[in-house]
Design a protein around this ligand. Structure first.
Ligand SMILES: CCCCCCCCCCCCC/C=C/C(=O)SCCNC(=O)CCNC(=O)[C@H](O)C(C)(C)COP(=O)(O)OP(=O)(O)OC[C@H]1O[C@@H](n2cnc3c(N)ncnc32)[C@H](O)[C@@H]1OP(=O)(O)O
Length: 249
């Protein structure tokens, strides 16, 4: 008697069954990923909106930027740290964005929040802090609402336009705010020797945070143009429908 594998009948049926199961699993995964991303983007839009409202209210009540950072720092730290998940989203492949581009973007923000503004209290009232805060806030409200509406298949043209135009001004303004803030931190870091490790020590390693900051500032020179041109390419692709490499002609 021919076995099912030999005659191919049941083998075919089981292959078809496996294929159906795999497709089903993929569909469930993609449903879960979409549901998660929708939740994530709504939460992030709401978080940055709360920050925007808090900043406007603070300025209207006090008429100064002094004390602004202190009043919004908890919300800022929470939502900017939560954005580390974006690197995870790229790593597990639920968003088709480059891990490198996202990694540079998110890690530079985390660095600004935790290792600069949170750690160096005397610079918290610098105007440059307001510069990057406003720039990040407008960018993120636009960006996360863009992702949310796209996932819901109801993207208003204004949001799409804003996502791919606001950055032209906001990106350089944000970067200027970040660089000026790091620059303002330098004298304090030099004077206190914070986060630095001096020799001699039992591990025989030394680290100077002051020089690390200088190197970080210098690294904006090659990295920022790359991110900016990446965004300009995305802008051409999304707003003008340009297929950048895959064009036939
Ligand atoms: C340890 C110290 C390190 C220090 C390092 C220092 C050097 C740093 C130098 C650079 C400094 C930069 C500092 C940043 C400052 C600022 O942010 S200033 C404020 C203004 N900023 C901006 O305007 C920048 C905005 N930046 C971006 O948007 C980034 O480039 C990005 C977030 C990484 C986006 O990248 P991109 O590849 O363009 O992604 P998208 O086009 O948006 O998405 C691609 C596809 O993926 C989908 N997607 C992405 N994320 C989501 C999501 N959350 N939810 C759902 N879907 C998502 C998106 O829809 C796209 O899908 P398709 O449409 O199918 O292509």
């Amino acid at each position: 008697m021919a076995s099912s594998e030999e005659d191919g009948t049941n083998g075919g049926a089981s292959e078809a069954g496996e294929e159906k199961e795999t497709t089903g699993r993929r569909r469930r995964l993609s449903f879960l990923a979409t549901a998660w991303l929708t939740f994530y983007n709504i939460a992030m839009t709401a978080g940055w909106l709360v920050l925007a409202i808090a900043m406007v209210r603070f300025y209207m009540e006090k008429g100064t930027h002094r004390g602004l950072y202190k009043s919004i720092q908890k919300t800022l730290k929470f939502f900017q740290t939560f954005a580390l998940l974006e690197i995870v989203h790229c790593l597990i492949g639920i968003v088709p964005t480059s891990v490198l581009v996202t990694g540079v973007q998110v890690s530079s923000r985390i660095f600004m929040v935790w290792l600069i503004t949170h750690s160096i209290k005397p610079i918290q009232n610098e105007e440059s802090v307001v510069l990057f805060l406003v720039s990040w806030t407008v960018t993120e409200i636009t960006r996360y609402s863009f992702y949310t509406f796209s996932l819901l298949d109801h993207l208003p043209y204004f949001i799409k336009w804003a996502r791919y135009n606001f950055f032209i001004i906001l990106y350089p303004v944000g970067v200027a705010g970040e660089l000026l803030t790091i620059y303002a931190a330098l004298p304090y870091v030099k004077k206190t020797g914070m986060f630095s490790i001096r020799l001699p020590n039992k591990y025989n390693v030394s680290f100077d945070y002051y020089y690390f900051l200088l190197i970080t500032m210098a690294s904006y020179i090659p990295l920022f143009p790359q991110l900016y041109f990446h965004m300009l390419r995305q802008r051409r692709k999304v707003l003008h429908g340009e297929v950048i490499v895959e064009k036939d002609d």
